[in-house]
Design a protein around this ligand. Structure first.
Ligand SMILES: [Zn+2]
Length: 714
């Protein structure tokens, strides 16, 4: 027999077997029966409509289909009954059923395993009934805000608008109003502020500790500028990098300010609007005797001149707003299509430098510490560890003078005294006060680093309860890497060891805040993450690049029990990812690494800890209320409070947390979608989704831990 005929025979036999299998496959039968039933009820509905409209022709056509389907349904149902009655005589039914059950079980097992090993397992298993209820409510609110959209242009009044995004997975092109939930933070911010109940809830959430906050960067600039305006004694000065002559100069200006009480009587007055302005790089306000001091312009002169000159180049905003723009990262510059990583970092550093002078004098510094604590209390934070950049050794006093009549300088100890004193005034709302993580740039010469290490050790000896850590900071794609200072750091650790068990300055490096991850060099072995682990840091800032390392290295990181201070909004604005949904925090958490949320530089990023909690909730569908709680609890566990303070803090936190969950249930249980949206503004698709949300049982708001599902999988 020719080979082709033989294979033809085989094919025919194979097709016949397949046909036989199809005929007795119970699932296929079930699906077809359901399909027919659904179509029949749809036909029934349509026929009623057509009867009303008296459309005989269409009615007839449908009736033909109805009869045909009814007949098929009858046959299929009989077939099904037949199989049910006499299973054994139908070859293969049992095997098929088993295959089907096996597939279901295998899948279920994967889900259960995934849940059992999920990072928030403990928090979910120990949740109270109220917490579970609150978690479901938050889930519903989030999904409601994700899918529903009502465009204020159509609804008419912003007060009616409760649905910020409108992400519907449909073929329809989104409206101009639609935005992505969890999309660009600064783009979405106004909607989050004005419309999001989820954000309202995040604001109320007790957050534990804030462990990554740069000292200069908690308070928004408007208030700082207002204080500069009010300095009556003309001691505030401003300089620009280049003279402000034409519009472009104003738009791209980098400015710095400084308080110099001894210089207010100078006869010469600098002018940043003059083409002779030498720029701040060429001058130092600390050296009034030098002629190059002429670069710095009195703040009061600047204000006056700005009001006259800015309109001449077409600028209509006030001097306050113009200065603010120099300091805060704007939506336009962050997301500009030509923006680069280095570009936005350079802008960020400009902003940081601009802030410095507004704070670094005695009265402002004093006021600032209190105001920063107030701001944190408002954000439901219990305790904070702040990072001052202490390369600057002194700040001027604007009210104390020495025997020579010159203003006094406040050194680090004076500044620490102010911090302690101001924190003590707030002890009722902020019971554990502030601790300080000593920061110095990763870019300084080695000889200077020895001085920094000595200074930090000395301050620790004098203020053991206040100095709680050491950090090296700066853009990680620039020189140098942490390992360059390996001798200094080893010395510091050894010195601490010699001083005894109570004298500890744990390392809390900025590490892995980069996509390049090679410590500002061409050599990948210079990744700062290696130093973070080898020096057994207590925590690190960011850790964004960690998931790009091997499972082996990640395991080492985990074994060292290093906590990561996540700063998702900071990472987005500084171009490590486009938005919260792309941030690797889920990978870090699921790798079993303890993490906390942090605002990093709120005054430059327009964020707060509440926004950070909001962002992780919308950035990852598996984030839930229990996850929020776990993150807050870790912020206390990995803080530098002592053990008894930690226990006390957790107790206080638990009480607040209970109150928070009660509030959610009481306030939102029945009104998470209270505002009934005009149906014409809701697409058909989102109507269906909302209906699903309204029925509680439809919300598998979390993957259920094994103890709940074990029954169903036998
Ligand atoms: Zn930072």
């Amino acid at each position: 027999m020719p080979a082709s005929l033989m294979s033809q025979e085989k094919k025919t036999a194979a097709l016949a077997t397949l046909q036989g299998l199809r005929a007795i496959e119970p699932g296929r039968l079930r699906d077809r029966i359901q399909e027919i039933s659904e179509r029949l009820s749809k036909i029934e509905e349509t026929l009623t409509d057509l009867a009303k409209k008296n459309d005989r022709k269409a009615e007839k056509e449908l009736q033909v289909e109805q009869v045909k389907l009814a007949k098929e349904l009858y046959e299929k149902e009989r077939e099904q009954q037949e199989i049910g009655r006499n299973e054994d005589s139908y070859l293969g039914v049992n095997a098929l059923n088993k295959a089907y059950e096996d597939a279901k079980w295998q899948r279920q097992r994967l889900v259960v395993e995934d849940v059992d090993h999920s990072w928030d397992y403990d928090a979910r298993c120990s949740a109270t009934e109220t917490e579970r209820k609150a978690a479901r409510i938050i889930y519903k609110i989030r999904e409601f805000e994700r899918v529903v959209e009502n465009d204020p242009a159509q609804v008419g009044s912003a007060a009616d608008v409760t649905a910020p995004f409108g992400n519907n997975p449909t073929e329809e092109l989104p409206s101009a109003y639609t935005r992505d939930m969890g999309g660009q933070f600064l783009t979405n911010k106004t909607r989050i502020d004005q419309m999001s109940k989820l954000y309202d809830i995040a604001k109320e959430m007790p957050k534990g500790a804030l462990l990554h906050l740069h000292l200069n960067a908690e308070i928004l600039p408007a208030e700082l500028i207002r204080r500069a305006d009010q300095l009556a004694d003309n001691s505030m000065f401003i300089a620009s990098k280049t003279p402000l002559l034409i519009r472009k100069d104003f738009d791209n200006a980098e400015i710095q300010v400084a308080v110099h009480p001894d210089n207010r009587d100078l006869s010469y007055r600098g002018d940043i609007f003059s083409d002779r302005h030498p720029g701040f790089a060429a001058t130092k306000p600390e050296n009034p005797d030098k002629s190059d001091y002429k670069g710095w312009m009195m703040w009061s002169d600047f204000r006056e001149a700005y009001q006259k000159l800015a309109p001449e180049v077409g600028i209509t905003i006030s001097h306050v707003d113009w200065v603010k723009e120099r300091m805060v990262l704007s939506e336009a510059e962050v997301y500009d299509r030509t923006q680069t990583v280095n570009g936005i970092w350079a802008r960020f550093n400009q902003g940081t430098r601009a802030f410095k002078g507004f704070l670094n004098y005695e009265t402002a510094f004093k006021w600032y510490i209190g105001a920063a604590i107030d701001e944190m209390v408002k954000d439901r934070i219990m305790y904070a560890e702040l990072r001052p950049m202490w390369l600057d050794k002194v700040i001027p006093s604007d009210k104390q003078h020495g025997h020579d009549g010159k203003s006094l300088k406040l050194d680090h100890k004076d500044q620490i005294k102010i911090i302690i004193e101001e924190a003590r005034k707030k002890i009722d709302e902020f019971p554990y006060g502030i601790k300080i993580i000593y920061c110095t740039p990763r870019s300084i010469p080695k000889s200077m680093m020895w001085k920094e290490v000595d200074n930090c050790l000395q301050l620790k000896a004098e203020y053991p309860d206040l100095i709680c850590g050491f950090d090296l900071v700066g853009a990680e794609d620039r020189v140098f890497h942490v390992g360059r200072y390996i001798e200094h750091l080893a010395y510091m650790q050894e010195a601490c060891r010699k001083m005894g068990p109570d004298f500890s300055i744990p390392f809390m490096f900025h590490a892995g805040e980069t996509l390049m991850d090679r410590g500002g060099s061409f050599d990948p072995s210079n990744s700062n993450l290696y130093d973070a682990v080898s020096f057994r840091s207590k925590r690190i800032g960011h850790g964004f690049a960690l998931p790009r390392h091997t499972p082996r290295f990640i395991e080492r990181f985990k074994q060292a029990d290093i906590c990561i201070e996540l700063c998702p909004i900071s990472n987005e604005l500084l171009h490590l990812c486009r938005n919260a949904k792309e941030h690797p925090f889920p990978q870090l958490l699921q790798a079993g690494i303890p993490c906390t949320l942090n605002s990093d530089n709120p005054s430059l990023f327009s964020n707060s800890l509440s926004y950070e909690f909001y962002q992780v909730m919308v950035g990852w569908t598996r984030m839930n209320l229990h996850g929020w709680k776990q993150l807050a609890l870790w912020s206390l566990k990995y803080s530098c409070l002592n053990e008894s303070q930690k226990q006390d803090a957790v107790r206080k936190f638990d009480v607040k947390w209970q109150g928070f969950c009660d509030m959610i249930v009481k306030k939102y249980e029945n009104n998470w979608d209270q505002t009934k949206l005009p149906s014409k503004y809701i697409s058909h698709n989102s109507t269906k989704l909302i209906e699903q949300l309204r029925i509680d049982e439809n919300i598998p708001y979390e993957l259920q831990p094994a103890s709940y599902v074990s029954k169903s999988i036998g």
